[in-house]
Design a protein around this ligand. Structure first.
Ligand code: FES
Length: 154
């Protein structure tokens, strides 16, 4: 059930727009911020408060790479697989991460530390290959810089 705090934050967003439906992504982000991910129950709650159908909310949630429909690890690593990063070797970056973490794309490490997901262009094409961890973009990646970064993360 939606907490009073979650409801208040969503209603605050609603007040900024002429149509409730305009805040669908923001409402999903608010629930994800509080709960870590967006469950089917959360989709229904957002649908109810925004007077949308759960399937409409689900399509929005599925469309956005940064809305998680499954529980994630403590750190979500988004590896860019758009054209510049692809040309600059994001394939080998992904392979390195998969080998190092022992998981495939879309999976979470058994210790719950890392989730590995693809993402579209991060706007750092001139510094490809790039990935985002949390809110930080990491650029000019090499296996060595990735190893150093992973070691620093709790
Ligand atoms: Fe990867 Fe733009 S293609 S940052």
């Amino acid at each position: 059930m939606m907490s009073p705090e979650e409801r208040q934050e969503i209603e605050h967003e609603i007040a900024c727009y002429p149509y409730k439906q305009a805040v669908c992504v923001d409402a999903l982000k608010i629930l994800q911020k509080h709960r870590g991910w967006v469950s089917d129950e959360a989709v229904k709650e957002v649908a109810e408060i925004l007077e949308m159908s759960p399937s409409e909310v689900d399509s929005v949630a599925t469309f956005y790479n940064l809305i998680y429909r499954q529980p994630t690890g403590r750190h979500v690593i988004h590896v860019c697989d758009s054209i510049s990063c692809w040309v600059m070797g994001c394939g080998s970056i992904c392979e390195h991460l998969k080998k190092r973490l022992g998981i495939n794309m879309g999976e979470t490490t058994p210790d719950g530390r890392f989730t590995l997901l693809p993402i579209v262009c991060l706007g750092a094409c001139d510094k490809a290959p790039a990935m985002m961890v949390g809110k930080t973009t990491h650029e000019n990646l090499t296996p060595e810089t990735i190893d150093a970064l992973l070691e620093k993360l709790p």
